[in-house]
Ligand binder design. Structure first.
Ligand code: HEM
Length: 541
């Protein structure tokens, strides 16, 4: 009967075997699309659309979508990133379970489609897995000793000073988010590679109407730019193309919707000049080539110091303190590059958030200035220990800004075994993502979450005492938490102390309100952050 209908549909007679092939393909296709959903179907979640899953909800609500859905579906629910279901964990106790108690069953991160196309990103610490990850992490941890961090204070300070010289000298408002990105890139460039990129000295931060990413994309096309500029341009282009929505390259979009087609299409598209896949491939190739050159040159350098991260790893490798099989040259390139990536946008976003929020809260600004001024004279540079002990209010301001604008609203993990979380049995290979952004806005732990109140982080206040210990985890949780936490806090505090000793900041009239956010590899201000700058000595005159 079925075949008679098909004969009516197709004027040319079709054979039984052809029809059954079509049916088998259609069945296989449906199984392929629905199999990931089927494995976690018992976890609650909104109805999803074929192919796009819940991406339309992400487009509608932006990063807030995870809070909206947590209100509707509870502390653990399903969100389909295209075909791929994510199990979103939006509760502090459950995050502790995933990140700490059941770590041995959930030790790795899932690899999202933008990363699948980039070997450079896959070989860093972030996406490496199991024993490769633990050996790399232990080695890197050994070079993150507090004594090494404290030795970095003068380096950080000198970049901060040169980046923030004469901020008040021009009439126009400054593009602070650009300044902070250049500063953070310079600092991490020096700390990771021992290379001075010189970004914060060479560019004016005034009159820049575009953000750094766009700025550099243009430069990428200009021939004859110098090596450093090229390297940074490639770095920024490579990073900003890692989109988590439907605005990435065609192969990345396919990776979200039909992952099986991502690699074949990427292989074709990367050979067609002008496509985004072609540009990404060329950029990553050039970037990888440059990184390999830096590593090779440093490997041969017998007089290398042990001040930067790359030299420290190379020294450890040569002294056999770490296995040469684990730290092959390509892993060394990847992990060093990862520092540049992980340490720039995150730190710069946090710096911009603090200054933006403080500028809108005069009572916070007053209290913070009293603490900074009380520390000592203008040219007294705090030590690592002083940064830790002597600025308790600044500490609260930074934490509250990081809660208010959380850099990494989601943290990706993947189960290695079948494991039970929140009453649901999750099969091996399930993507479990911790919703740090939802936790940070949960009114149970943070009453009036939309208000900026640094005092809620005062260790003596009732709100702080009653809060779940894992309600605020901007650097993640457990053995896979951020390795650069102390490094970035040192840099952020040093920068803020130096800035506020000299200047005050006021919102530019040329900025949207509220600020629009965009969700790339980390959260970012869509149109940047702009301030007018007032020199403090002038104010007190
Ligand atoms: C404000 C600044 C920063 C924030 C908010 C931040 C946040 C995070 C978060 C949320 C994670 C995931 C943690 C988890 O899965 O539990 C992470 C991982 C990581 N971060 Fe950061 N980060 C910052 C700065 C840095 C810096 C400066 C570096 C490098 C010097 C760095 C290097 C890394 C690395 C390598 C990982 C992967 C760790 C692993 O998988 O073992 N981060 N970061």
């Amino acid at each position: 009967m079925v075949f008679m209908d098909l004969e009516w549909l197709f004027p040319i007679p079709i054979s039984v075997s052809f029809a059954s092939t079509i049916l088998a393909l259609a069945g296989g296709w449906l199984i392929y699309l629905y199999e990931p959903y089927w494995r976690v179907r018992k976890v609650p979640g909104p109805p999803s659309l074929p192919l796009v899953g819940h991406l339309h909800l992400l487009a509608k609500h932006g990063p807030d979508v995870f809070s909206v859905l947590a209100k509707q579906y509870g502390p653990i629910y399903r969100f389909h990133m295209g075909r791929q279901p994510l199990i979103i964990v939006a509760d502090a106790e459950l995050c502790k379970e995933v990140g700490i108690k059941k770590f041995k069953d959930i030790p790795n991160r899932s690899t999202p489609s933008p990363i699948k196309a980039s070997p450079l990103h896959q070989k860093g610490l972030f996406f490496s897995r199991d024993s490769q990850w633990s050996t790399m992490r232990n080695t890197i941890l050994s070079v993150y000793q507090p004594s090494h961090l404290s030795r970095l204070v003068p380096t950080m300070q000198s970049f901060i000073e040169s980046a923030t010289q004469n901020l008040d000298s021009q009439k126009e408002d400054i593009f602070f988010s650009n300044l902070s990105l250049k500063l953070a890139t310079d600092v991490i460039g020096q700390a990771a590679f021992g290379v001075n990129f010189g970004l914060s000295q060479s560019h004016s931060v005034h009159n820049e109407s575009k953000n750094v990413a766009t700025d550099n994309k243009d430069l990428m096309n200009a021939s004859g730019s110098n090596e450093v500029t090229d390297f940074i341009n490639q770095h920024i282009y490579s990073t900003t193309q890692l989109k988590m929505d439907l605005s990435g390259s065609f192969s990345i979009i396919l990776g979200l919707l039909v992952p099986i087609l991502q690699e074949p299409f990427r292989q074709i598209l990367k050979r067609i000049p002008g496509t985004m896949d072609w540009k990404i491939e060329r950029t990553n190739e050039k970037l990888g080539g440059r990184l390999d050159e830096i590593v090779e040159k440093r490997t041969k350098d017998r007089t290398r110091s042990s001040k930067d991260f790359l030299s420290l790893i190379l020294n450890a490798r040569e002294s056999k303190a770490v296995s040469e099989n684990v730290f092959t040259p390509e892993y060394i390139s990847a992990v060093t590059y990862e520092h540049l990536l992980a340490g720039s946008a995150t730190t710069s976003f946090t710096l911009s958030s603090v200054v933006y929020l403080v500028a809108a809260h005069p009572e916070v600004e007053k209290k913070m200035l009293e603490e900074i001024d009380g520390y000592g004279s203008l040219d007294q540079i705090p030590t690592s220990q002083d940064l830790h002990d002597k600025f308790p209010y600044l500490d609260q301001v930074i934490k509250e800004a990081m809660r208010f604008y959380i850099v990494s609203p989601l943290v990706a993990r993947e189960t290695s075994n079948e494991v039970e979380i929140g009453g649901y049995l999750l099969p091996k290979g399930t993507w479990v993502w911790l919703a740090l952004g939802v936790l940070a806005k949960d009114h149970k732990n943070f009453p009036e979450p939309e208000k900026f109140k640094p005092e809620r982080f005062d260790p003596n206040c009732e709100e702080m005492k009653q809060r779940h210990p894992y309600a605020f985890i901007p650097f993640g949780i457990g053995p896979r938490a951020c390795i650069g936490q102390k490094f970035s806090m040192q840099e952020i505090k040093l920068s803020l102390i130096h800035l506020y000793k000299k200047y005050l900041f006021r919102h530019s009239a040329d900025m949207e309100s509220p600020l629009e956010l965009e969700y790339g590899i980390v959260l970012n201000f869509k149109h940047g952050v702009k301030f007018s700058v007032i020199k403090r000595t002038e104010m007190s005159c």
